[in-house]
Design a protein around this ligand. Structure first.
Ligand code: CA
Length: 226
């Protein structure tokens, strides 16, 4: 599950992100509304945690723009004030729930779980590409019926490639989706992980599924089917 945390206060953003990561959510942080809207346009988030008080476009306006774009992503709004009118404005803008600062992480997590359960588009039960299968919920991967054990990062990479099978995924897009937004490690790391993944998913199986598209990125799928 991928969550976007929109918060300009670094401490709060880091606290929320770390807690969610410990619960195995992938978390991106946007420090302002514009970046939040940009990220939400390219990443299919399962939830957005949106602070109302932001520099530039505030949280209420961000939420309104998301809804104007017909984005169904659940939004949990954070507000520092407990004024009734703020809550009303927040919910009128299309937020699904709100939480007043300061909040406990346990409370935040309970809201997050409830909102993800209510999500209009629950995750696909199982992804299948040729004889390769990945279950996002149980996190089981197999090829030709043989179980494959992947690290968390390899799993995330494969899941993304499988969700976009037969499409060429530019390296920058893969980096943006699989490595959290603020990752600073250069693009070599992508090649390294693609190689790990190839060793596990392609080696010792007859047909290669993970292809390099020179100068662009990667594509998962049977070449014969293209
Ligand atoms: Ca803030």
């Amino acid at each position: 599950m991928r969550v976007l945390v929109v918060e300009d206060e670094k401490k709060v953003a880091a606290f929320v992100a770390q807690g969610l990561r410990e619960q195995s959510y992938a978390v991106d942080i946007a420090p302002d509304g514009e970046m939040a809207l940009d990220l939400a346009a390219i990443v299919d988030y399962d939830l957005i945690i949106l602070d109302v008080m932001l520099p530039g476009i505030d949280g209420v306006a961000v939420c309104q723009r998301l809804r104007d774009r017909k984005s169904p992503v659940p939004v949990l709004m954070l507000t520092a004030r407990d004024a009734v009118e703020d809550r009303v404005i927040g919910l009128d803008s299309g937020a699904d729930d709100y939480l007043t600062k300061p909040f406990s992480f346990v409370e935040l997590l309970a809201r997050v779980r409830a909102l993800i359960r209510r999500s209009p588009s629950p995750p696909v039960a199982k992804l299948v590409v040729e004889d390769l299968q990945l279950d996002p919920i149980t996190r089981r991967v197999s090829r030709a019926g043989k179980p494959i054990h992947l690290s968390a990062r390899e799993f995330a990479l494969l899941e993304y490639l499988m969700r976009h099978a037969y499409q060429v995924i530019p390296r920058t897009v893969l980096m943006a989706h699989v490595w959290e937004f603020d990752f600073e490690g250069g693009t070599n790391v992508l090649e390294v992980y693609v190689n790990y993944l190839r060793n596990k998913v392609d080696r010792s199986f007859g047909k290669r599924l993970l292809h390099t598209v020179r100068g662009v990125g990667y594509r998962l799928g049977d070449e014969d089917a293209l």
